[in-house]
Design a protein around this ligand. Structure first.
Ligand SMILES: Nc1nc2c(ncn2[C@@H]2O[C@H](COP(=O)(O)OP(=O)(O)OP(=O)(O)O)[C@@H](O)[C@H]2O)c(=O)[nH]1
Ligand SMILES: [Mg+2]
Length: 203
């Protein structure tokens, strides 16, 4: 059983020179704007407001790094989490969008400590074309990928597992690569941590 002992904010960055330098294994959270990336980090770390969350898409505008201290099998470890701005957000200027995209690609392509990317999709909405494009891009990169379908609470209980299976088929990923999650009902927390740690340990 994994337990989060502590979580703290590390730094904010808009360019590579500002990324933290310690060689800590890192996990990044990507997904469209408003899908629930920042909420997922709060839920995973057991904190209500480690990361700012908002109803308004486009809340997160920079890269934000957090350290989580975990304990499991009598071993302590630090995992660094990186919250990214969302993609597919229409209400920003073209210039700003280009800037965000550049910031995200620079990070995904250049971050050597990045071990796992959590690709977050909306369980109810399903994958958008932007989600599929992001997954295609991630597949060309070294980090491992974990697909998490969030806001599962919005589906009636009986529809949740069938929906997760349908999403896995649609994305053409094995059923066990897709995890269901809900920030409001705290579903999938242990599952996500277990897979993240397993992926990090698999090297
Ligand atoms: N019902 C439900 N709502 C959620 C869940 N996760 C997040 N939300 C809500 O979705 C909205 C967006 O959440 P954020 O965590 O800020 O989303 P984000 O992906 O970080 O958004 P950007 O930073 O704008 O890209 C907020 O109103 C959250 O309360 C969930 O699991 N279930
Ligand atoms: Mg956010």
């Amino acid at each position: 059983m994994l337990r989060v002992l502590d979580a703290s904010f590390v730094t904010t960055a808009t360019k590579a020179g500002q990324w933290p330098r310690e060689p800590v294994p890192e996990v990044a959270f990507v997904g469209r704007s408003n899908v629930g990336k920042s909420s997922m980090i709060n839920t995973l770390t057991n904190r209500k407001q480690l990361v700012r969350v908002s109803n308004t898409p486009g809340r997160t505008r920079t890269l934000n790094f957090f350290d989580a201290t975990l304990e499991g099998q009598a071993k302590k470890r630090t995992v660094r989490l990186c919250d990214l701005p969302g993609y597919g957000f229409a209400k920003v200027s073209k210039d700003e969008r280009t800037q965000w995209q550049a910031m995200i690609s620079e990070y995904l392509e250049g971050r050597h400590t990045l071990r796992v990317v959590v690709s977050i999709i909306d369980a109810e909405v399903g994958p958008t074309s932007d989600d599929v494009a992001m997954l295609d891009l991630l597949q060309t990169m070294p980090p491992r990928i974990l697909v998490v379908a969030t806001k599962l609470d919005r589906l009636p209980k009986a529809k949740r597992i069938p929906k997760l299976h349908a999403l896995a088929d649609q994305l053409e990923v094995p059923k066990d690569v897709l995890v269901g999650f809900s920030a409001t009902e705290r579903l999938g927390v242990h599952d996500v941590w277990a897979r993240l740690v397993a992926a990090i340990d698999a090297g």
